[in-house]
Design a protein around this ligand. Sequence first.
Ligand SMILES: [Zn+2]
Length: 462
Amino acid sequence: MKKIFITCLVALISLFNAACQKNEFGTVDLTIPEDVYTPVAAQYTFNHPCGMFNQADFDRVKSMLDDGTAPQPVKEEFQLLKNSRYTMVPYTPSPTEYIVRGDATGVTSDGKENYSKAMNDAAAAYQMALLWKLTDDAEYADNAVNIMNKWAEECKGIKSNDANQMLAAGAQGYTFANAAEIMRTYDGWSDTDFEDFKKWMVDVFASKNIDFMTNHQGQCDDHYWSNWDLVNMCSYFSIGVLTENHEMINYVVNYFYSGAGNGCIKKLVQGVFDDPLGTGEQIAQNQESGRDQGHASMSVAVAANLCQMAYTLYQSNTNVPELDFFAANDNLMMKMGEYTALFNLKNGTDNNNASGQWLVTQSEMPFNEYKYCIDCSCTSNNHGATQSVVADDEGRGKFRPGWEIFYIHYAKIKNLSSGYTYAKRFADKIRPEGGAGGNSIYGTDSGAFDQLGWGTLMMYRE
Ligand SMILES: [Zn+2]
């Protein structure tokens, strides 16, 4: 025992000597890099459903809808969901042998782009799953399960002649996984069919998600804008929950804190500044802020969905504080939301009013110069750009559902007294925020399906 102790002590001392260096500032410990991160290797407790929402969330909303005490915006969004074109029963799914995204020219034998079928059906499965939980109406449950069974039966994979297929693997992956996470508690979904569906999610979606996050299509790790990583992180995380795969969840948690690509918090945020309007708040530039506002808004909305899913799991796993992505790095996600909300908000109630005044001008917005793929290892090196101002483009001011998540989480769940001024203003302006197919403000483009929506219904508190 004594011998072991001495051996260890000697080893420790020599390690200390090797790792330390004396310089003009004193002794510097070289073993600790600036941003030490210890990877999470947790085993999780799953209280299903635990995707975007848990049973307590559904109970809370259902009871106030049932007894009529729900706030008016919640009632309105419930009505929007019931009127959504994706919750009209009977719903006929359109599964395809392959999901093709990015093959619009049809130059491969796979034929032309068809991912909208998966996009529509995944949204329908998710929306009917929500409705089943809130109404107990088995017709919604049976239709949601039927969609998922048909896809698992017929669809063999995702492909195309370019990288865009990875967006389908992400966005449709987490939509399907969240629908299934809710429906797993329905006794009308047979064990065999549920097992087949989980296998389908792993084979078809998770395999693409991990490939993308690991390899980034052979390009440099900074090549794909943050939203590409984020949808794949959402998908891999939610499939991890669905299949109770601890390693998949740990992978995403660790990627969020120290991953190579732009979905990692260290790259997702490109600078923290004081609010130029003098609220005393801090705002944080998004990796896509200099690209265009449509994509910056997507990045923020998808990040909000990721934070929400991780937080739901955190509620049954408070011994893994890393799961609280909302709280990470001093509420950095809130600050990132504030930057994008501030720049995309107009005065008054109508954000679409062409003559409406923006809250800030482009030149008033603080911005850290961003070098996109400059001197990188990408195979094609002629696409780099140096951005020196926030992008003021046509997409500025457009709505995406997601502001409710940030506002309600920080203001009503964490009970912070400040820090979310602009998320609140955006959420107030949109509410009820709705989701794809339930509200014409999002249209039918893929952008409406990048995030799950329905945040007012499931989260709003007065
Ligand atoms: Zn590059």
